[in-house]
Write a protein that binds this ligand. Structure first.
Ligand code: F0G
Length: 459
């Protein structure tokens, strides 16, 4: 943007949080004590924490200043009206309903529109979205384009909805059984891949033909809009804010986790145009989250989100954000590590099954890679594979479609030298790769086992 090859972090550091430097021996002990499950490792025993980009970002000095302005009135707080104005400045929906995080918005929305026999169509449901749809007895169907499921295939918008599959799903299930069509931007479960404006417009047109509501899961809307500006013909002259406003104008409502592109540590919202739907949602909100002008958040959280929404659409921020994720992807490719390509917005996804072909899926190659990164250098990523998805409701086990390890990058938190360190750790793991061993699960709950399962390394 400014003509230099180095895209510097567009901020300097005002307050620092010390990292504890640990030794491999210490990390081996911590790993064993946690049953080789990285969710069980204490975060102060982690050196570079890439478990998630959710709620883990650094706030700006303006956000901390806004926090001081937080008004904690139960009803009608000015902090709510600032939050509402900031959301509407990007997404002009009639009703903006704050929630404590994204899944609370999903829970409320699908409690109202879901139910047995209903079918929700999405490019790819995020886990919590799928779980909230299924919890009501409804079915969640993923309709991403075929390229979106092939890690090494390059495509500028791998998050796009397969339009033919969408038409077929609508005629197969029938309009009456489909409460809404949803688009997840960016497609997190598919590798943080963006959706094009053309695809959004086409889905809107199909929804119009069938009189179907169209919703966004907008968690990473700003990153998606940046990709549109960079990659989609005819979009280069527009601001990200204008593109975001168009994305919003194509939808009838949205769910949002402000822990991602709200640049906040907690929060979310549900927004809808429909008055009757909003009334039902607000009634549930009062039951589970709180009064409609705070929805489970403190006034100060609403202020942090309002300010975050101003900052997240800034081009200097987004250029740095997307470039710094690509930097990690490029470094991994140079080491010969197979990753989902092109690099997504918020994370790099490593194809552990391809990297560790000697470990069969039911011995969890993703788990083997994730624990090796921790042991080698205190880097914590997240297995997204057979551990996460392999256990079926009937108790049987099958390999997941892919065995990935996600390195999710918290916003504005780590510097380029942290990422150089992560790459150096990976370089050592690559050398050891043929000697890495798989795991066996020794203890697991009946569902969502990845959070609490205990493992034993195979000899
Ligand atoms: N939708 C998407 C696309 C998400 O990535 C997430 C969270 C949610 C909804 C739920 O939001 O956590 O505020 O309740 N993703 C986090 C992650 C947890 O690590 O990818 P939430």
């Amino acid at each position: 943007m400014h003509g230099f090859r180095t895209i510097i972090e567009p901020f300097r550091i005002k307050s620092v949080e010390p990292l504890r430097i640990t030794t491999p021996g210490e990390r081996r002990e911590k790993l064993a004590a946690a049953g080789y499950n990285l969710f069980g490792v204490h975060s102060d025993d982690v050196m570079v924490d890439l478990l998630t980009d959710s709620g883990t970002g650094a706030m700006s000095s303006e956000q901390w200043a806004a926090i001081q302005r937080g008004d904690e009135s139960y009803a009608g707080s000015p902090s709510f009206y600032r939050f509402e104005a900031a959301v509407k400045g990007l997404f002009d929906f009639k009703h903006v309903i704050p929630t404590h995080q994204g899944r609370a918005a999903e829970k409320i929305l699908f409690s109202v529109v879901g139910g047995k026999g209903k079918v929700v169509l999405n490019n790819t449901h995020f886990d919590t979205t799928r779980a909230n749809v299924e919890f009501t007895g409804a079915t969640a169907v993923d309709l991403v384009i075929p390229e979106g499921k092939q890690p090494s295939v390059i495509h500028p918008f791998k998050g796009n909805m397969d339009l033919g599959a969408l038409e077929r799903a609508i005629s197969e299930h029938g309009r009456a059984n489909i409460p809404l069509v949803m688009m997840t931007i960016t497609n997190n479960s598919g590798g943080g891949q963006p959706v094009s404006l053309a695809n959004m417009r086409a889905v809107r047109a199909i929804c119009d033909q069938h009189d179907l509501p169209f919703f966004l899961d907008g968690c990473r809307f700003a990153e998606n809009a940046w990709f549109i500006r960079e990659r989609e013909p005819g979009q280069q002259h527009r601001t990200v804010k204008e593109i975001v406003q168009e994305l919003g104008s194509l939808a009838d409502g949205m769910t949002m986790s402000a822990k991602k592109d709200g640049l906040a540590n907690i929060g979310g919202w549900l927004a809808v145009d429909d008055d009757a739907l909003a009334l039902k949602c607000r009634n549930l909100l009062i039951l589970t989250e709180g009064f409609p002008t705070y929805g489970g958040l403190a006034g100060r959280d609403l202020e942090a989100i309002a300010q975050g929404l101003e900052e997240v659409v800034k081009h200097e921020y987004l250029e740095y954000r997307i470039r710094s994720t690509q930097y990690v992807g490029e470094g991994l490719l140079r080491l010969g590590v197979p990753i989902v390509q092109p690099t997504g917005g918020h994370a790099v996804y490593i194809d552990a099954r391809a990297m560790l072909p000697h470990i069969p899926p039911l011995q969890y190659p993703g788990q083997a890679l994730a624990t090796a990164l921790y042991e080698e250098g205190g880097v914590r990523g997240c297995e997204i594979g057979t551990v996460m998805f392999g256990l079926k409701p009937d108790g049987t086990e099958a390999p997941a479609a892919m065995d990935l390890v996600r390195l999710a990058i918290p916003r504005r938190t780590y510097t380029q030298s942290h990422m150089d360190y992560v790459l150096e750790v990976m370089e050592r793991v690559v050398k050891r790769a043929p000697t890495l061993k798989g795991y066996r699960i020794v203890e697991q709950p009946p569902a969502l086992r990845h959070f609490s399962a205990r493992f034993s390394p195979l000899a």
